[in-house]
Design a protein around this ligand. Structure first.
Ligand code: GDP
Ligand code: ZN
Length: 386
């Protein structure tokens, strides 16, 4: 059944001449993630009322023009709306932590959905949003309802490609803590390198966190830690059991949105609890819950911790499996190895894989000791897709 469209007229600023009008019509939306130019061109109508007033109907609601002529959503009414952060999106409902410290269960404004090319991308965990609370806070303590009116511009987008489409996993992410363990299970540097490739690709600041240092001699770790440090990666040796290094790690998380990733058994849960008591339990609860739910695959949850504003943590759990980001194609891998990248352009063959070719500058650099042998092996392994 065809849906009947409600036409809402918007008044534009006055005093545009015809030439300006033409140019302005081709402007694109500045809304993050919204590629809505086509919608505008199809949906808009200009009134014949001359220069003084201009009305335009786009989809179901009004779009306004800002000072520089860009089309934007109208400003939210700051007397009735408040800023918050999306903790989780499940189906049509987003859980938002308002800056007032209260939780809201929010639907998304219809217009925002129409501006986005893919419904699932309208709102993602980590988004800063303006919400309009509705009704009264329920007396049973469950979250008050609200409407997401606007999504603020994003940075640090964590996404993956699925069936040719980009899926947002989380936004406004600053860094990734790659958790490994010094022992039990033994350290797997190649796995850490793999996460580092992801960090390079997504532009997230990586911290290599080596847990369970209480199980080894500190000197055992020096060679491997040295290689990463020399490449400019921050390394945090810690022990969730003894508390060693936890204070410093906590400092590096403050005021950021950080992804925690790593194999199970390395002590992620213990680490979360060392950072803030009770945090691991919250994660386990949600992980178990999402394994049952239908909307599991793209669900990521942001866990606020510490004082308000201390930041949020996104945790990669088996139940959520959000951070499988290995959609790096083989040809890209060398570019994401900081130590290999500088040599690539000196290889004889432009499509050199740096594995079996002769006259390979990368292999020469390995032979001469400029590139760490283990890092090179790690490269070859990742490139071959093992
Ligand atoms: P997760 O699967 O990554 O969440 O790992 P857990 O936090 O459940 O920890 C796995 C095992 O490692 C548990 O038996 C923990 O007690 C142990 N563990 C965690 N952190 C440390 C640590 O710093 N030192 C030692 N010795 N054991 C740890
Ligand atoms: Zn080469």
């Amino acid at each position: 059944m065809a849906k009947k469209r409600r036409k809402v007229r918007a008044t534009f600023r006055k005093h545009h001449d015809a030439a300006q009008r033409d140019r302005r019509l081709t402007r694109t939306f500045e809304l993050e993630g919204a590629d809505a130019t086509a919608d505008v061109e199809r949906g808009e109508r200009l009134s014949g009322k001359g220069r003084l007033t201009r009305h335009r109907t786009v989809a179901d609601a009004e779009i306004v023009e800002d000072e520089s002529g860009r089309l934007v959503l109208p400003d939210v009414d700051k007397r009735t709306c408040l800023l918050g952060r999306v903790l989780r999106v499940q189906g049509l409902v987003s859980r938002v932590l308002g800056d007032n410290g209260r939780l809201y269960a929010c639907a998304t404004r219809q217009l925002l959905k129409q501006l986005a090319t893919d419904l699932r991308h309208v709102v993602a965990a980590g988004d800063r949003v303006w919400i309009r609370p509705e009704g009264k806070p329920p007396s049973d303590g469950s979250p008050q309802e609200g409407i997401i009116e606007r999504v603020e511009p994003r940075h640090g987008v964590l996404s993956r490609t699925s069936r040719g489409r980009q899926q947002l996993i989380a936004t406004n992410v600053d860094q990734i803590v790659v958790v490994a363990s010094a022992a039990e299970p033994r350290l797997k540097p190649n796995l850490v390198d793999r996460y580092l490739v992801t960090a390079e690709k997504t532009g997230l600041r990586p911290i290599v966190c080596i847990n369970k240092v209480d199980l080894v001699e500190p000197s055992d770790l020096v060679p491997i830690v040295g290689v990463w440090s020399q490449l400019g990666y921050r390394v945090a040796p810690v022990s969730a059991t003894t508390g060693a290094g936890i204070g410093r790690l906590r400092e590096q998380l403050k005021g950021t949105q950080t992804v925690f990733a790593g194999q199970s058994g390395v002590g992620k849960s213990s680490l979360l609890n060392a950072i803030e008591p009770g945090l691991a339990l919250r994660v386990q609860h949600v992980s178990a819950e999402s394994q049952k739910g239908r909307h599991t695959t793209t669900t990521a949850e942001l866990y606020p911790w510490g004082d308000p504003g201390a930041g949020g943590l996104l945790v990669d759990t088996p139940g959520i499996r959000s951070f499988e980001l290995w959609d790096v194609i083989p040809e890209e891998v060398a570019g994401y190895f900081r130590d290999i990248r500088p040599y690539v352009s000196q290889c004889r063959f432009p499509d050199c894989t740096h594995t079996h070719e002769g006259f390979c500058a990368v292999k020469d650099a390995v032979a001469d000791g400029w590139i760490d042998v283990r890092r090179y092996e790690s490269y070859a392994q990742i490139r071959s897709g093992e």
